[in-house]
Design a protein around this ligand. Structure first.
Ligand SMILES: [Zn+2]
Ligand SMILES: [Zn+2]
Length: 439
């Protein structure tokens, strides 16, 4: 039998149990087996010890939206590299989007992801299936087959959900499985050739703009269809003040909608594009300070349910080109916590709210199909993240586990760092300063 691990003297924060206290936590046989206050020690004696003094100990982070690029784009990322990057970012469960080649629109490709994740992954990978066959937007994918193979949601991410009729069918049909339809809200007629947020800066830079309306039109359409069908809708990467308003009003009306926001849309503005940094090119684009304030307000009043990375790795060569030709996307796993902690240090979000949006809330959207996630409750899978809220560090993309070093944060100083990640009872990442003592 494998030895147990005691995480000692950390500040345990588990919003799912209303827990915020100094104490210890025992992991045995892949599960949380004991929680103790202060200096209490567990009844059994056979365990190693990880000293977590000065660290926050919380449920492992859950990312509802990432791109692992496998199969088809292994030069950008693989399940092996992507799950290691997730572990470095404190994520123990990640949900991968189906825009691979071939796409995850059938049982075989979903099974492929699951088996690769088991053999080569270090954290839990939950696949998201396509809405439409081949992501072409013409015909619904075999949603029943995808659901029974383990898809936790449906999305054609990268592309908006197909025409309104297909979206209506998808929302109606998905009710049978009680799984959400995740939409990348973009009216393509308004974004054609768009490079960045539309406004004064795009005009100055001579780059074609992507107006807020392109997102809001699709959010409004999807909300109307969710109301019509009673289906579960999840809005991916919300970026505008107008979208937040629409979602807030829809929730007041009882429409079944949840929404996410990314770390980059919460912390970076369109000004990052000045200088034509292709690593700041992302879709939907970085917006304005006013939008950021609306998104933070949305998190605080629960209009926005979760934070998801939209981790979108690309190779250096992909991004090393003229702005107009660069692909959209930011490699986000390894900087997520550090950048989000700036909102806590600035008192715009509480630590508990931040942790809730990364743990219990995404777990609620996923449901219980994969066991109790997002909690440190006794008996739950031992998915645990340890982080230092105050440690300052400089983002060095050379040490990224992700193959994608495409981040506008390279070289920046962040305050708050993941120090250890435990996935299903296994220590899958630890900072060099963390020592595990045998006893
Ligand atoms: Zn998207
Ligand atoms: Zn995406």
């Amino acid at each position: 039998m494998k030895k147990s691990l005691l995480i000692q003297n950390g500040r345990t924060i588990d919003p799912s149990q209303g827990l915020d206290e100094t104490g210890s936590l025992l992991i045995a046989e892949g599960k949380i087996s004991w929680l103790g206050k202060g200096k209490e020690t567990p009844p059994q004696a056979d365990y190693d010890v990880l000293n977590a003094q000065g660290l926050i100990v919380c449920p492992g982070f859950i990312d509802l939206h990432c791109h692992l690029r496998q199969p088809g784009f292994e030069e950008k990322e693989t399940i092996a590299s992507g799950t290691r990057a997730a572990a470095r970012g404190g994520f123990t469960t990640i949900c991968c989007m189906p825009n691979t080649e071939p796409p995850l629109d059938n049982q075989t490709t979903v099974e492929y992801i699951k088996s690769k994740a088991t053999s080569e992954g270090v954290v839990r990978v939950l696949p998201i299936g396509c809405i439409s066959k081949g992501r072409k937007g013409e015909e619904l994918a075999e949603m029943g087959e995808l659901a029974s193979t383990g898809a936790i949601a449906f999305s054609d991410d990268g592309e908006p959900a197909p025409n309104s009729h297909i979206m209506r069918q998808a929302l109606a049909y998905s009710r049978a499985f009680d799984l959400p339809i995740i939409d990348h809200c973009e009216d393509k007629a308004l974004t054609e050739g768009g490079q960045m947020n539309e406004g004064v800066i795009s005009t100055k830079l001579g780059l074609r703009g992507i107006p807020s309306a392109a997102e809001e039109i699709m959010v409004a359409r999807d909300l109307a269809l969710a109301q019509l069908t009673g289906g579960r809708l999840h809005i991916a990467h919300t970026t505008t003040e107008g979208s937040v308003d629409l979602i807030r009003r829809a929730k007041e009306k009882g429409i079944r909608v949840t929404a996410e926001v990314t770390p980059h849309h919460l912390t970076l503005t369109e000004e990052r594009v000045i200088g034509y940094d292709t690593n700041a090119k992302v879709n939907p684009p970085l917006r304005t300070e006013r939008d950021i304030q609306a998104l933070i307000q949305g998190l605080n009043d629960n209009t926005i349910d979760i934070i998801a990375t939209d981790h979108a790795p690309h190779t250096e060569a992909d991004k090393l080109c003229e702005f107009a030709f660069a692909p959209f996307g930011i490699s986000g796993f390894e900087t997520a916590l550090g950048s989000l902690m700036s909102l806590v240090h600035d008192k715009q979000l509480t630590l508990v709210t931040l942790i809730t949006k990364l743990t219990g809330e995404p777990a609620r959207i996923i449901g219980n199909k994969y066991g109790k996630l997002g909690t440190l409750a006794i008996g739950a899978p031992a998915d645990v993240t340890l982080f230092d809220p105050a440690l300052e560090w400089v983002v060095d993309t050379r040490v990224f586990a992700s193959k994608g070093r495409n981040t506008p944060l390279a070289g920046e100083r962040l305050k708050g760092k993941v120090m250890a990640t435990i996935s299903q009872g296994k220590l899958v990442y630890k900072d060099d300063s963390i020592k595990v003592k045998e006893r």
